[in-house]
Design a protein around this ligand. Structure first.
Ligand code: GLY
Length: 324
């Protein structure tokens, strides 16, 4: 473990230079079979999220604290108008309201969460303030907004033109099927072995007003045990909420499983509990996992889940393994 920690530490020192000179020239895409299991990285995130993992890496190189890194990473899709599942540009609920869920957890088990937050570009940063400045874990709706404003956050219109047009079309079609949720879940370990995580989403497109997903719920969308490992989920939050997939995944790591084995076992629990899931491709869940050594892995219910790792400032997008 010591050698791996040293590796992570030396990586942090060299990577900024690597990044500055190469930009993302080293980025690549590979299948999970090509990726060595028990390989190590500093950062892992759901989906092809290279801009987020790069921002996280740069922040890690600057402050050497993985909590800063995961917050910086999650802020990237939150501000990206083209990302229709997170923050600004996220699809609204059926009433035309963009409502955001996010949570953050540090290596000591401290946590902060916001649910049903409206009009604030960076819910992950509000969640961090909840963790650091209140005796609470979770703030909702108007109370979360009041707190954010008191902390100096500004309200903005988060509904993009594209989201409005898509919502207006949805109102005429009115198809209320589970859709893909490109939630960002991001985990990072720093040179001191501090493991932290963050998760942020605008949730299920055109959801019922008031619906909360898994992403802001500890043990569902995100869980960190700084002595063991961390996991984050993307996909259909209702399945994740009912099965506490990230808590389960971390518990499997506690029992000695690798992150990849733990993610697979957590996904297998979904197959056990939900009849017909293997044939229902409308119901996708993906889990990314990392342990305190920086070993990482992922598993999904169905094909087409990808994740991004960052090693020494270089991103790699990996096709996740999936199925039973
Ligand atoms: N996984 C995001 C959501 O269901 O809201």
């Amino acid at each position: 473990m010591l050698n791996r920690r040293k590796f992570i530490a030396s990586s942090a020192l060299t990577a900024v230079g690597t990044y500055l000179f190469s930009k993302n020239a080293g980025d690549k895409q590979i299948s999970a079979d090509e990726e060595k299991v028990n390989d190590i990285a500093s950062i892992i995130a759901t989906w092809p999220n290279e801009k987020a993992t790069t921002a996280a890496w740069l922040k890690l190189s600057e402050t050497n604290y993985s909590l800063d890194a995961v917050e910086a990473g999650a802020r990237v899709p939150e501000a990206d108008v083209l990302d229709t599942s997170v923050g600004y540009g996220g699809y609204p609920d059926r009433d035309g309201r963009v409502t955001l869920d996010a949570c953050i957890m540090d290596e000591k088990g401290n946590a902060g969460s916001v649910v049903f937050l409206e009009g604030i570009m960076h819910p992950i940063s509000v969640a961090r303030k909840v963790m650091e400045k209140t005796p609470h874990v979770m703030l909702a709706g108007g109370g979360a907004l009041k707190f954010a404003l008191a902390e100096g956050f500004k309200t903005e219109n988060l509904m993009s033109d594209h989201a409005r047009v898509t919502w207006e079309k949805w109102l005429t079609d009115n198809n209320y099927h589970p859709g893909n949720h490109d939630t960002i879940g991001i985990l990072a370990v720093d040179a001191k072995g501090r493991l932290c995580g963050a998760c942020s989403t605008s949730g299920w497109a055109f959801k019922m007003n008031g619906r909360i997903g898994d992403s802001p719920v500890l043990g569902a969308g995100l869980y960190v045990d700084g002595t063991v490992g961390a996991a984050a989920c993307t996909g259909l939050g209702e399945l994740v909420l009912k099965n506490l997939c990230t808590f389960l995944c971390v518990e499997f790591m506690r029992q000695g499983k690798s992150p990849q084995e733990a993610a697979k076992l957590a996904v297998n629990r979904l197959f056990e509990k939900i009849p017909g899931l293997a044939n229902d491709t409308s119901k996708q869940v993906g889990i990314v996992a990392m342990n305190v050594k920086g070993e990482y892995g992922a598993w999904a219910v169905h094909d087409n889940f990808k994740y991004t790792i960052n090693k020494e400032g270089v991103n790699t997008v990996v096709d996740s393994k999936f199925g039973k």
